[in-house]
Design a protein around this ligand. Structure first.
Ligand code: SF4
Ligand code: SF4
Length: 77
């Protein structure tokens, strides 16, 4: 399991999460940022610092954003 970034990050990209991630597994894409599913250590540090609540533990991702689980993983393929 890993944490994932969902729709609220789109267009915000303030990178507050990047600053606190201890393993540097959050990467910037064109529209939003993405968490590498194999590099994330599930520490949870990024979740509270996101100003728009875009970050979730994969298993707690709201139903409407379940597609973002694959969107995060696919960014690294
Ligand atoms: S849960 Fe921890 S390791 Fe995973 S992306 Fe967030 S800060 Fe990085
Ligand atoms: S803190 Fe939230 S809005 Fe900011 S870049 Fe990270 S996921 Fe996107």
């Amino acid at each position: 399991m890993a944490y994932i970034i969902a729709e609220p990050c789109i267009g915000v990209k303030d990178q507050a999460c990047v600053d606190v991630c201890p393993v540097d597994c959050i990467y910037e894409g064109e529209d939003m940022l993405y968490i590498h599913p194999d590099e994330c250590i599930d520490c949870g540090a990024c979740m509270p610092v996101c100003p728009v609540e875009a970050i979730f533990p994969e298993a707690e991702t709201p139903e409407k954003w379940h597609n973002f689980i694959a969107i995060n993983a696919d960014f690294f393929k």
